[in-house]
Design a protein around this ligand. Structure first.
Ligand code: ADP
Ligand code: MG
Length: 452
């Protein structure tokens, strides 16, 4: 038996309706509204999921309930089967979209809060192994009805892995579900800036006042206040007073609390006393899931092979992955041709190269030392004889050329040398390569060996 499309939509709406009180509006919006009933075959309902991640998530969390709801609607029902398939856009549009960027409902607090980016919602956050813990924690925190979950929630992870996204998502979720609650999201940098200004204008009372009525305070990139003592002091007091009142606090940083440089011990221990959730580097599956979701968002057909290629090659972080996809799509639209592996490789040549070479400065030092038959220790020593300075300069030159490291970083890796020393080395090697073909050949050969 197979219903027509209208009936299927109706059936799906009824099933969703049955799950609604049980799983809550936001889960419905994030996980069920983007799906569609596809067909009924042998008393089994096939549900189309736009991405594999959605499919896996829904299967893991709601399959039992879906089966029960389906049986309630159709007594002869056997089961539910989730499949990955494109879902007509109309279904996506059923999901309410928040457009007004609300940072805070409270005028008082608006001064310190930052605007929320409408793209950064839970429904647009793709969940996979590396981030599922942080995601679940963020969702729990946004569910104010169940009371403060863990306080504070401390999310940490490398750059571009979704920390800010999760915080904005918490903000949106609360703004939507509990519009009377007062949520402040701000970067630690902005917090400091406001604090310093309040000090200068002797306005510290009203600065403090702004936090009194806050229900949820979110401070992004807290590592920024490392080494800034009076800001830390003020932050510590704000933090404690909100904690004492049972208000929810969410913090992000690039490192766990205990490893934050220049942070007072008492603050470190307070930051780590709730739940500490880390976001790990992406894995292949998550990257693929994110690409699928973003391609869909852009309303663009990207061949699976190209997405697999990108997920395999661009491993640095989500921001870069997103940027890569956008470039590929923009290029295709510009030249009016379809996307394929060749054009992708062409368009992203520089990016692919940067991601491909996981070459470190240490690798380079080792190889260069080996090649010129000196010790690695000599390379980062201060020894000044020619047999050593030349290879050292070659290693600096290759570090600049083959790694994304900055000049000061390279200098540091060579026994704490100044960046001007690195500049000098690079110039010197370029010059020598122009004058001495045999030397140029040495350098070329080394580079080739290093590039593998
Ligand atoms: P961070 O604050 O950790 O440096 P962001 O939250 O700014 O990283 O994320 C960088 C970009 O990658 C943003 O555009 C964000 O929407 C996107 N992004 C990160 N993780 C995900 C994810 N799991 N699903 C979808 N988009 C993501
Ligand atoms: Mg961020």
């Amino acid at each position: 038996m197979s219903g027509d499309a209208g009936n299927l939509d109706e059936l799906w709406a009824k099933i969703v309706q049955r799950l609604r009180p049980d799983i809550g509006e936001s889960a419905v919006r994030s996980w069920l509204l983007p799906l569609a009933a596809q067909e009924i075959k042998s008393a089994t309902l096939f549900i189309a999921c736009p991405t594999r991640f959605m499919k896996d998530w829904v299967a893991g969390h709601y399959l039992d309930r879906l089966i029960i709801a389906f049986k309630a609607e159709m007594p002869s029902a056997k089961g539910v089967e989730l499949v990955v398939a494109p879902v007509a856009k109309i279904n996506m549009e059923k999901a309410p979209v928040l457009t007004a960027p609300v940072a805070s409902e409270n005028n008082n607090a608006e001064a310190i809060g930052a605007q929320l980016d409408p793209r950064l919602t839970f429904s647009r956050f793709v969940v996979g192994k590396p981030n599922e813990f942080a995601y679940a924690a963020a969702r729990r925190v946004a569910d104010l009805a169940s009371g403060p979950a863990f306080n504070p929630l401390f999310i940490y992870g490398g750059v571009g892995l979704g920390k800010t996204h999760l915080m904005h998502a918490i903000g949106w979720e609360i703004a939507e579900k509990y519009p009377s609650r007062n949520v402040i999201y701000t970067s630690a940098e902005k917090f400091m800036y406001r604090f310093v200004r309040a000090l200068r204008y002797q306005d510290i009372m009203s600065f403090k006042e702004q936090f009194r009525s806050v229900d949820v305070l979110m401070i992004d990139d807290v590592q920024f206040i490392g080494g800034k003592e009076s800001t830390q002091e003020e932050f510590f007091h704000t933090f404690n007073s909100l904690m004492d009142q049972g208000r929810q606090i969410v913090i992000s940083a690039d490192k766990p609390p205990s490893e934050l440089p220049g942070m007072e011990d008492r603050l470190k221990s307070r930051l780590g006393c709730g739940l500490v959730a880390d976001i790990h580097a992406t894995d292949y599956e998550l990257r693929l899931g994110i690409l699928q979701a973003k391609a869909e968002d852009m309303g663009c057909e990207v061949p699976p092979k190209v997405m697999e290629f990108l997920a395999y090659k661009i491993t640095s972080n989500v921001r870069e992955l997103e940027g890569a996809l956008r470039r590929v799509v923009a290029h295709a639209q510009l030249v009016g041709r379809s996307i394929n592996i060749d054009t992708t490789q062409e368009v992203l040549r520089d990016l692919l190269r940067a991601n491909e070479r996981k070459l470190t400065i240490e690798d380079i030092q080792k190889k260069v030392a080996e090649y010129f038959n000196i010790r690695v220790a000599d390379i980062y020593s201060d020894r000044r004889m020619r047999q050593i300075t030349r290879p050292r300069q070659v290693a600096m030159f290759l570090s600049k050329r083959l790694t994304p490291a900055s000049l000061p970083e390279i200098g540091r890796k060579f026994g704490g040398k100044d960046h001007t020393t690195v500049i000098h080395a690079v110039k010197k090697i370029e010059e020598l390569c122009g004058q001495d073909p045999a030397f140029a050949e040495d350098v070329r050969l080394l580079q080739k060996m290093l590039e593998g």
